[in-house]
Design a protein. Structure first.
Length: 494
């Protein structure tokens, strides 16, 4: 039996060449269509249409602890608020169980998936009225074809009917922001607390206790630095166990949807009209490292276009004007950390975690040291002259150079290629035209991105060019200090 394309036995009891060829043709020509039904409330089912050997299942449990929201507002959730959380959890769960490689890592990849979702809500007409806006935001985020169907919900959740609430705040917060525990979120929080004397609310989504424990250690440092001003709303969510553990989608593009949704609901329930996201501009726009890298193969979770779209959906669903603000959208990570607010708290900065593999299961260190996020972190701290011990990484590129395992140098390769592509910005005659020639996909969303950042297109172009020139300089300065990197095949390939 072919391991890549499992085939049924023919009537003669063998795998004939013709049968195998026809089956392979069907698999390659027709992508799977995933259908998810969340009508059961606390679990969901999956059905797969097409010729793919992907099992159906029922009763996959999912959880989301909404008690922090009721404690924040000191009241039960309204039905529309409960549904906002349920829809976000449904989209995240569907995304996880719709693999882009349906036959495994050696099989064909369908980056653009077909996903149908059925969700029960208390006010179906309200959701149907904004369904196209919702789909537009989703498709920008994940680059998939989504079909959303809303049915009447016949049950209530405990968070809609409870009458007793744990106290959370002794006074009102004046701002809210997402808090992942990454370097950007820590640097942004330090700057915001230093510049604003009022209390702030940090909102964190967690799928495991290790992530939550890391965030809690950072919160302890922030609370010590800013007494009585730091409120935290952690939200545990996820899949307690997996009835079909094989073939989960690793890209998890809808994590961005659920985390921003949690933050928007928290801002709404705190009586605020905006949510802040602390993310540097390079990570937000996240340009492709290579021309073959298309669509949301680059994460768009913090892209201004997505944040603008989900903010408008939240405003229509929740019934209050809400926006997502991106104060560092035209700053590099180094610019975010070279502030006095960050320099005064090196211990908090050092405890942040940027690694794409956090927690690093194969090392005592939290950071691997060779993924793109670790490398950009180190380049930023180096440029900002913020103390960064190489011993905090399982692989210290500054002392050890490239990793002997070729696959572990992919992060270096990607960043070298991106900076090589950004060489177009050094075109003195028409750098913006040169940029759009090199990255033509950006032109499609240029107007919308400018509007989301409250600026005109000329302002966006000027800020965007300065941002990426600065990043290229920062990376060149750091890369030159990595032993043998610029004499390797990476430079030749770039």
């Amino acid at each position: 039996m072919n391991a890549q394309y499992p085939l049924p036995l023919s009537a003669e009891g063998n795998h004939g060449f013709k049968t195998k060829r026809c089956r392979r043709h069907q698999l390659l020509e027709s992508r799977p269509e995933y259908a998810f039904d969340f009508s059961a409330g606390t679990s969901f089912s999956r059905r797969v249409e097409g010729h793919w050997p992907i099992p159906n299942f029922d009763h996959q449990p999912m959880t989301l602890d909404a008690s922090g929201f009721t404690a924040l507002a000191q009241r039960p959730l309204r039905s529309i608020e409960a549904d906002w959380l349920r829809v976000a959890l449904a989209l995240y769960s569907a995304d996880r169980f719709a693999p882009r490689r349906p036959t495994g890592p050696n099989g064909p990849m369908f980056w653009r998936r077909s996903i149908k979702v059925v969700v029960p809500v208390a006010e179906p007409k309200r959701w149907v009225a904004v369904s196209q806006r919702l789909v537009n935001a989703l498709e920008f985020l994940t680059e998939d074809d989504w079909s959303l169907h809303f049915e009447p919900r016949t049950f209530s959740t405990a968070d809609e009917t409870q009458h007793h609430f744990e106290p959370m705040l002794s006074h009102r917060v004046s701002w809210a922001a997402l808090f992942s525990g990454g370097l950007d979120s820590v640097a942004g929080a330090l700057q915001w607390f230093s510049e604003n004397q009022d209390a702030g609310l940090l909102v964190s989504g967690n799928t495991n206790t290790r992530l939550k424990d890391g965030q809690l250690r950072l919160l302890d440092g922030l609370r010590l630095a800013f007494p009585q001003r730091v409120a935290w709303l952690p939200v545990d969510y996820g899949l307690p166990f997996k009835v079909e553990p094989d073939g989960l989608e690793s890209s998890q593009r809808c994590r961005g949807w659920i985390h921003v949704s949690l933050g928007l609901l928290a801002a709404h329930m705190a009586g605020l009209d905006r949510l802040h996201v602390f993310e540097n501009g390079i990570g937000a726009f996240n340009l492709a490292c290579e021309t073959s890298q298309i669509g949301s193969q680059s994460s768009r979770a913090m892209h201004p276009v997505f944040l603008g779209r989900i903010g408008r959906v939240a405003s229509e669903i929740l019934g209050t004007a809400l926006v997502v603000r991106h104060p560092f959208a035209l700053q590099t990570k180094a610019e975010m950390v070279e502030t006095e607010a960050v320099r005064q708290h090196p211990g908090i900065v050092g405890a942040s975690f940027s690694c794409e593999f956090f927690p690093n299961y194969h090392s005592l260190q939290h950071q691997c040291g060779f993924c793109p996020s670790c490398l950009v972190r180190r380049a930023a701290l180096h440029r900002a002259s913020v103390l960064d011990h190489g011993s905090e990484y399982s692989w210290d590129v500054l002392s050890r150079g490239m990793h002997p395992a070729l696959r572990k140098n992919i992060g270096l390769s990607k960043l070298e290629r991106l900076v090589a592509r950004l060489g177009c910005l050094r075109d003195g005659s028409a750098p913006w035209d040169a940029f759009l020639t090199e990255f033509p996909e950006f032109a499609e969303f240029q107007t919308e991105a400018a509007a989301a950042l409250d600026m005109n297109e000329n302002q966006l172009a000027a800020g965007f060019l300065r941002l990426h020139r600065r990043f290229a300089d920062e990376w060149d300065d750091f890369a030159a200090r990595i032993p043998r990197l610029r004499h390797s095949y990476f430079s030749l390939a770039a």
